[in-house]
Design a protein around this ligand. Structure first.
Ligand SMILES: C[S@@+](CC[C@H](N)C(=O)[O-])C[C@H]1O[C@@H](n2cnc3c(N)ncnc32)[C@H](O)[C@@H]1O
Length: 224
């Protein structure tokens, strides 16, 4: 895709995302991966967008694994992770998102398997705390980070920090699942992951009218 086409499609994606989220003025219940979950206003909508559901279908977990989710939003994905893994730590910069995540965990009886923490990326973690799997459906559009639900920064700074941090917060052989799009572009993210010590594969992809969304699975080769 040419640079101009990519810029136009990114602008169209922003118009759609802003309108979708503006329409939610009070908590609403939506269907996500066969479950009814609540989504609060100004929290990322996991229905009507493609990335959350794609991630839900791509992540493979063992029952003994400990998972870190960066950017839990409504907690729609967190609920699935908590069902499939031993324990989940869910992080977000938004208090509202964490409240929504707690409401959804509570409605599925999963509060004991999950913990929510407020802060950016890995900052709420304890020294030396490491995980078997890190999951993030991050803000991945190449737009300013001020729009924290979808803007990764013009140079995709947030994605670079996410990947670099993951290489330090995963156990050897651990996995990072993250999403990107042809607008990101996903090929650049895959290169960033490769340089950070991950063997990368495409775990899933879905075409939308504006882009193709991909889920990348990175397996950490060794700590550097
Ligand atoms: C695209 S939404 C994904 C939400 C949810 N995981 C899902 O799949 O539906 C991205 C989330 O990342 C959060 N976020 C943005 N910047 C962050 C950061 N620096 N650290 C942690 N979370 C962040 C946003 O508040 C938002 O909830």
């Amino acid at each position: 895709m040419g640079e101009r086409a990519s810029r136009l499609r990114t602008a169209a994606a922003l118009v759609y995302l802003r309108a979708l989220h503006k329409a939610v003025a009070s908590p609403i219940w939506v269907s996500f991966a066969g479950k009814r979950v609540v989504v609060y206003p100004r929290v990322f909508m996991p229905a009507g967008t493609a990335s959350s559901a794609l991630m839900a279908g791509c992540i493979r977990l063992e029952g003994w694994e400990e998972v870190l989710e960066i950017g839990c939003g409504s907690g729609a994905l967190t609920v699935l992770l908590a069902e499939r893994a031993r324990r989940v730590v869910a992080v977000d910069v938004s208090r509202r998102a964490l409240a929504c995540t707690l409401a959804n965990l509570a409605s599925f009886g999963l509060l004991e398997k999950a913990e929510v923490r407020l802060g950016s990326l890995y900052s709420p973690l304890k020294p030396g705390e490491v995980f078997d799997v890190i999951v993030s459906n991050p803000p991945y559009l190449p737009t300013p980070r001020g729009e924290h639900m979808w803007g990764a920064g013009l140079g995709l700074e947030l994605l670079r920090e996410l990947v670099l941090g993951a290489s330090k917060r995963l156990k050897p052989g651990g996995r990072l699942y993250t999403s990107a799009s042809t607008l990101t572009p996903a090929t650049l993210l895959a290169k960033v992951m490769g340089r950070a010590g991950f063997d990368v594969r495409v775990a899933g992809a879905k075409r939308t009218p504006l882009d193709t969304i991909v889920v990348l699975e990175g397996r950490l080769r060794a700590h550097t």
